[in-house]
Write a protein that binds this ligand. Sequence first.
Ligand code: X8Z
Ligand code: ZN
Length: 604
Amino acid sequence: MKISSLLMLAAACVSAPAAPGKTEAAPKGPPTADEVTAFLDKTNTDLRTYGIKSNTASWIQNTYITDDTDRAAADASAASLAVSTEAVKQAAKYKDVPGLDADHARMLDNLRTRGAGPSDPAHRIELTTLSTKLSSMYGKGKWCKNANDCKDLEELTQLMAKSRSYDELLDAWTGWRKVSKPMRPLYARRVELLNEGAREAGYANVGDLWRSGYDMTPAQFEQETDRLWQQVKPLYGDLHCYVRAQLQKTYGKDKVPDGAPIPAHLLGNMWAQEWNNIYPLVEPYKQTTSLDVDGALKGQNWDWKRMVKTGEGFYVSLGLDPLPATFWERSMFLKPKDRDVVCHASAWDVMNDNDLRIKMCIKITGEDLQTIHHELGHNYYQHYHYKLPYLLQGGANDGFHEAIGDSIVLSMTPGYLKQLGLIQNIPNDEHGLIDVQLKDALTRVSFLPFGLLIDKWRWAVFSGAIKPADYNRTWWELRTKYQGVAAPVSRSEDDFDPGAKFHVAANVPYMRYFLARILQFQFHRAMCQAAGFRGPLHECSVYGNKAAGDRLRAMLALGRSKPWPDALQAMTGQRDMDGSALLEYFAPLQKWLKEQNQGQKCGW
Ligand code: X8Z
Ligand code: ZN
């Protein structure tokens, strides 16, 4: 299964679904547990069979975008969706069958919440065709300043990371948003079709369906996300305040005014979602050890293979298995020169039999070294759950799947980086610690409101609270409210800025990444405890520790077979998602930020 697009482009079921309600020997009376078992056996087989076909077509399309591969992917996805839709409908009949064992009841739950397409076959193919088209528009997207100067997203991303010229950044920022303008009508139509499928499956709208995958009601889940945000919001506010004051030193108060949102193109990232690339502009104590991992990787001529091997090496050091030989043969590690591909990183088990692969356009940077660990986290989850029945595979919730690799990255402490030869000295004083923590926070803390707001926007779009005529205005209202960033030039409903983000174009739910930013610290703390580590959380690395690996493997092997609080308890002893581990980790930085911000008027 491809992790990044569970709902639309993966998923599948039976060869030729039986006509609704008609089977040869229609059972009389209410359904029995045996009937449910037979249904689930068949559904597991069919979903897997069609899932593999769809994954295969989707892998080919993602790594070689043409009109033909688009069509083949859309067809395979529609076939798999047909089977899935029928199975979800059937599952409704088996709601309260007495005598079901826990695994079968869980499979039914997982089936109901995986989603279904419209029952009208013409609408189904329209839906998968639109989805494939939107994701390939994103993948092929280029901004051409003139006929001889076109840049793809990878080039624009590098520019956003490195340039310190206000106008050059603005050019790249607005340029990339030209790619998403034509997506608007396609996106609006896809919303209608997705909602049609969700309603037929008994949900109010797709947002309701997306929020139903967390072992609680959709309303409770929404409250949970708000509760978690309230926990970590003060730390974000402290970081925002400090970063704005530093950016004023580079760009001036006329460009970055006091008490106002930060212009969204100045934060080193196309979406202002992670701010690690502006570390040199905000570095607190320049005289301490260099944390320039990018420079070290390039200086020492690291290549993609050494980076991926280093990632695998971390997991193996915990006692987890090496990656299969096919991983190295079948993955796409680099951007091919001769064709369009979807560069956005993802992890796959195409054949659902340990056929692990990553698809990336690896750059030799510290950021991509982290992304490799992130993707391998997905692959290791897949590796330890692929033998479960198909309907019990997946993350305990989707935030778990996103958090595994990131929790490993938390163990890439200065001590570990020194072992790799990527930094020269371990910072060992207060100043060094603040440098390290600030760099970390620019990746992890800066992301929190972004992770939250993408689906706040989509949930409202799906429910109809946001109409197509207000797509862009409401998008920027949320960006400003939660992140404290603003569009650097005026935007209108002629633009479609949400579509300039991969997951919106490709219809991948996003709240999972917000949850993962919280969960990864809980997982890290749990692995550190298993390893018997006693010091402050930010100093812990579990590299080489088998007890930590055992704890992790046990959770991975559960897949989606238990409600997530059970999996979380087995891993951490806690049953709730909780921002306290994140706050504990960043406690030294938060204290320092508060000192720096004294006298500042924070907020926007
Ligand atoms: O999409 C991803 C991964 C693939 S699951 C590279 N991430 C989010 C993003 O890039 O927007 C990881 C962090 C957030
Ligand atoms: Zn991921």
